[in-house]
Ligand binder design. Structure first.
Ligand code: ADP
Length: 480
């Protein structure tokens, strides 16, 4: 069962959740808490007036300050200090003007008990007359009267009294308007955000869907498919990667086909020889000669060499082979390897020379390096043609030793040079049967030298011969 939601729905969901959270926040602040915010704002205002006046009680400008504070804060103010009294003009019907001495005394007592100031929040009453003539006092919805008293110890131990009176008008009408507006805004924003999410997701999703379709075709084995998703950077990058992957897959697929063709070709030839010679020896008694048996043995060796090479290469490529690195005398290793070629020198007329000065020690896997040398020398012999001079040169370049195997044979043309290290690449596709070549020798060499982090390469000119080389860091000779 498919449980994942598509990107499109996810985007719509997230954007909707975000918009709803935003609207809810707006609703809370604008509608639900508006009244309490407003009241708090008013209370803070009234306390500020009290503090400002308390700080300026001694000032000559007190009357001006009183007038200014009253105007700015829309409040009534009355200040009693000593025998003086300042009060704003009674325009708003403020209650503090009507307080008698005992009311004032009560408030002062409450303020003193409360640490110097006291705030009285009263619901404003509406008086309405009932049909029977009685008066009904009811609360005026949301409307409040704030009376603030501040008692300050003045000069000569007298108490100065600051009275501030202001109203909180009902916010019901405002919240009602805001609620309606918010309703409209919510609808518009939700519809718009859903639309936007769909549009956005289409832009994001469409190229992904395209790429997915192409990838499916690629999975079916169609490597000629071209990925065309574009629109934004990540998609273009994915697109490029997919195109690159297709190219690589195509190459690998081609190599796989070549490999199968080449391996089966190389397997078939010795197998045909073995069965052919075998049958001939069975049917014709006179053919049962040691030479013919030798042919069968040689061909069987060729087969096992080929299989071994293939196994070796695949192990090397899967990093399953560990190097057994040790300090050893590279010069001596080269000499040992060359010793095995003495047969070629005498029988086939090869002239193999080793040019070197002092012995050089390296830290490497001697068996694997031997394999590299065998490959280079075998190739030099196989592709030598008439000129059978082969030169192995060991030279020192600073801290590194360079080993070169030089032949004067057929050489390799420049356009083929970069391919010869590939698995099963043969310059000559006609598969000339050579004594040692299995077609994957240089691929093995490359893996081995790369495992050693060695530098390696080839210089070659078609018709002139080739120089295959590698370089390794020299290590000091071990005293044993
Ligand atoms: P092979 O078993 O065919 O020699 P390799 O992997 O050792 O396989 O070499 C790959 C190809 O590189 C060879 O088929 C050959 O065409 C070319 N090559 C390798 N060494 C030489 C050389 N010394 N001179 C000319 N061509 C060479």
């Amino acid at each position: 069962m498919k449980t994942e939601t598509s990107l499109q729905w996810k985007l719509v969901k997230y954007l909707l959740a975000f918009v709803i959270a935003l609207l809810a926040l707006l609703w809370l602040f604008q509608v639900v808490f508006l009244d309490s915010f407003y009241q708090r704002f008013k209370i803070e205002g009234i306390e500020k007036i009290g503090n400002t006046l308390a700080a300026n009680l001694e000032s000559d400008k007190l009357p001006d300050i009183v007038a200014q504070q009253a105007r700015q804060n829309d409040a009534c103010i009355r200040v009693l200090y000593g025998i003086f009294q300042i009060q704003t003009t009674n325009t708003m019907g403020c209650q503090i003007y009507n307080l008698n001495d005992s009311d004032i005394a009560q408030y002062v007592a409450k303020a003193e008990a409360n640490g110097g100031s006291y705030l009285d929040i009263q619901s404003e009453k509406v008086i309405s007359e009932l049909p029977n003539g009685n008066l009904l006092f009811s609360n005026k919805q949301g409307s409040r009267n704030l009376i603030y008293f501040k008692v300050v110890e003045g000069r000569r131990n007298q108490k100065d009294i600051i009275m501030v009176n202001t109203h909180i008008s009902p916010v019901n009408a405002t919240t009602e308007t805001l609620r309606t507006q918010l309703g409209y805004i919510s609808m518009i924003v939700i519809v718009a955000s859903v639309g936007l999410a769909f549009l956005m997701s289409r832009r994001i999703v469409k190229p992904i869907v395209n790429i997915n379709q192409s990838a499916r075709q690629m999975a079916e084995g169609n490597y000629d498919i071209v990925f065309t998703g574009k629109g934004y950077k990540e998609i273009t990058q994915l697109n490029d990667t997919m195109n690159h992957t297709t190219r690589k897959l195509k190459e690998v697929d081609q190599m796989r086909r070549d490999l199968i063709a080449n391996v089966s070709h190389d397997l078939r030839t010795p197998l045909t020889m073995i069965s052919g010679y075998g049958e001939m020896m069975r049917d014709l008694p006179g053919e049962n000669t040691p030479e013919n048996v030798q042919v069968i043995i040689d061909e069987a060796h060729r087969l096992s060499n080929l299989v071994n090479d293939l196994l070796d290469l695949s192990k090397l490529q899967e990093n399953k082979i560990e190097l057994h690195a040790q300090h050893f005398d590279l010069t001596q290793l080269i000499e040992t390897v060359l010793h095995r070629y003495e047969k070629f020198m005498t029988q086939d007329g090869f002239d193999i020379q080793f040019e070197h000065q002092e012995s050089v020690w390296v830290n490497a896997d001697p068996d694997r390096l031997g394999q590299v040398l065998y490959n280079f020398i075998n190739n030099a012999i196989n592709y030598s043609l008439e000129d059978k001079r082969i030169l192995i040169r060991q030279s020192i370049d600073g801290t590194r030793v360079r080993v070169e195997v030089e032949d004067h044979g057929e050489g390799i043309s420049e356009d083929k040079l970069s391919y010869i290290w590939d698995r099963y690449y043969k310059v000559d596709k006609t598969h000339k049967r050579s004594s040692a070549g299995s077609g994957i020798g240089l691929a093995i060499v490359r893996e081995i030298l790369e495992l050693h982090h060695a530098q390696y390469g080839v210089k070659s000119e078609f018709g002139q011969g080739s120089v295959f080389w590698f370089e390794l860091p020299i290590v000091p000779e071990r005293e044993s």
